[in-house]
Design a protein around this ligand. Structure first.
Ligand code: SAM
Ligand code: SF4
Length: 379
């Protein structure tokens, strides 16, 4: 019961999963995971609802729901849809201890919420497996997002043995399609070896980690999008599809899709691909997107200009524009804390407690939200 008593120092709602789990932690682990999952559903639902409830009067009380730590902005891939690999030179990382403190503070403040460790390529940082272990031990639902392109899988293996909530591996196609998108020979072979290792570790060590594939729908794979869902089902994984956006880390260009080699030039083929995914999901294939998320891709592929602002906020299925600063927390590789891709950082994790920095952030949703052309986004 010691764990349960320690959680009493926290906000009572945050403490609830810990209190319930403390009584049964060793006895029935699946129950702990079910309680955490229920908590996350409630947490996400309540915070998303508060953005618009009562004409938006509660939105200042929103807490972060989409939380990502970019542990490095360097990468050893050469993807056609992302320019992050072009970043060069030394980085000013906050270092392992600051990152650990950040995770501890998030867990104390928010409870067992989902936190994604990503990059660039997170596993280029030698300390990433230890940070995964720390996040799991803090009670967070840790997701590690990686490309899986490792000749030496030691870091990925150590991270997996920490039994995080989810390991998500990008997989943009089966076979040569994946290597083509990722810009290096044998990318498919190495990714496949990583996935087989994760699958084996999960069985041998009785891990609970969800193995998710992440596929960006683009010109290079639009004719074979369903193959990843079939592969996922065959191996006991799930898959999440995302529509192509302007190359990450590239200059602003509102008409990027007119020239980008990644944009599917034939809208009918793109719509047919999305409809196939909807059908596969209806048939029970493990596609993690909601039907609303899949359906929202259809008007996007038909008319990208109209919907790209929402897609950049990854909220194309939302009914009305909503300021991302209400529920987004993205921490850059140097520790800078962002809440919107078009606004300056609100602070740095080296400066102090993340909760305080969040509370003191500018109220972009009241004035200057990019989703509403400078007007109030909601309410
Ligand atoms: C920036 S990467 C970082 C994690 C890791 N390096 C990887 O590739 O999985 C995170 C995700 O963003 C996706 N991504 C990169 N560029 C994109 C773009 N232009 N449009 C949509 N998604 C993109 C990647 O495919 C990957 O799934
Ligand atoms: S998508 Fe991931 S793997 Fe590809 S260049 Fe960007 S950060 Fe690297």
């Amino acid at each position: 019961m010691t764990d349960a008593i320690a959680t009493l120092d926290r906000n009572p709602i945050v403490a609830l999963p810990g209190l319930l789990q403390g009584a049964v932690r060793t006895a029935f682990d699946p129950l702990n995971r079910a309680i955490d999952t229920a908590y996350r559903r409630l947490y996400q639902g309540a915070n998303y609802r508060m953005r618009t409830l009562a004409g938006g009067r509660l939105r200042s009380a929103c807490r972060p729901v989409s939380i990502a730590l970019l542990l490095t902005e360097r990468c050893n891939a050469r993807c056609v849809h992302c320019n992050i690999w072009q970043n060069k030179g030394k980085e000013e990382s906050p270092g392992l201890e600051h990152w650990k403190t950040c995770l501890t503070d998030l867990a104390d403040w928010l409870g067992p919420v989902l936190v994604t460790l990503t990059g660039g390529e997170a596993l280029l940082q030698p300390f990433t497996p230890e940070l995964v272990q720390h996040g799991v031990a803090s009670g967070l639902a840790i997701e590690l997002l990686t490309h899986g392109y490792w000749a030496d899988p030691e870091r990925l293996e150590r991270a997996a043995l920490a039994d995080p909530w989810r390991i998500t591996m990008s997989l943009d196609g089966i076979g040569e399609t994946h290597s083509l998108v990722r810009g290096r020979p044998n990318f498919w072979e190495k990714s496949l070896a990583s996935l087989k290792m994760l699958k084996r570790l999960r069985i041998e060590h009785r891990l609970h980690t969800i193995i998710r594939l992440k596929t960006v729908l683009m010109a290079q794979n639009i004719h074979s999008a369903g193959e990843v869902a079939r592969f996922a089902r065959e191996h006991g994984f799930e898959v999440f599809y995302q529509p192509i956006d302007k190359n990450y880390n590239s200059a602003e260009d509102s008409r990027w899709f007119e020239t980008a080699p990644t944009w599917p030039k034939d809208p009918a083929a793109a719509v047919a691909a999305v409809n196939e995914l909807i059908r596969l999901k209806q048939e029970g294939y493990p596609i993690a997107n909601s039907f609303a998320q899949l359906e929202a891709m259809i008007p996007y592929f038909r008319d990208p200009a109209a919907l790209q602002a929402a897609v950049q906020g990854q909220a194309a299925h939302e009914q009305q524009p909503i300021c991302s600063a209400l529920t987004t927390l993205q921490i850059q590789a140097n520790g800078d804390i962002g809440v919107c891709h078009s606004k300056p950082a609100i602070g740095n994790i080296k400066q102090g407690n993340i909760r305080q920095i969040w509370a003191d952030r500018p109220r972009f949703w009241e004035k200057g939200c990019c989703q509403a052309g400078g007007k109030t986004a909601v309410g």
